[in-house]
Design a protein. Structure first.
Length: 80
């Protein structure tokens, strides 16, 4: 299998989503709250150019399990 940027991006996206999903499933377990606690990163560029205006918001919720999914995804990509 040929390694390229798009395959890496797909692996990273799947790893982050898997980590977020597991974090969501384990959120009710009180003993694992340190793994499921999320931090939010927000980026909101906006412009009004008189003729054209736009507003864009990117919000990322990161937990330790999402970071673990990211690391596992990169490790699996390198094993290909």
């Amino acid at each position: 299998m040929k390694k390229n940027f798009w395959i890496l991006l797909l692996f990273i996206l799947i790893g982050l989503l898997a980590g977020a999903l597991i974090s969501h499933w384990l959120a009710p377990v009180p003993g694992l709250s340190f793994l499921t606690h999320t931090s939010t990163i927000t980026w909101s560029p906006a412009a009004d150019l008189l003729v054209l205006s736009y507003a864009f918001t990117l919000r990322i919720h990161i937990s330790l399990l999402s970071i673990a999914g990211f690391i596992i995804a990169i490790w699996l990509y390198r094993k290909l």
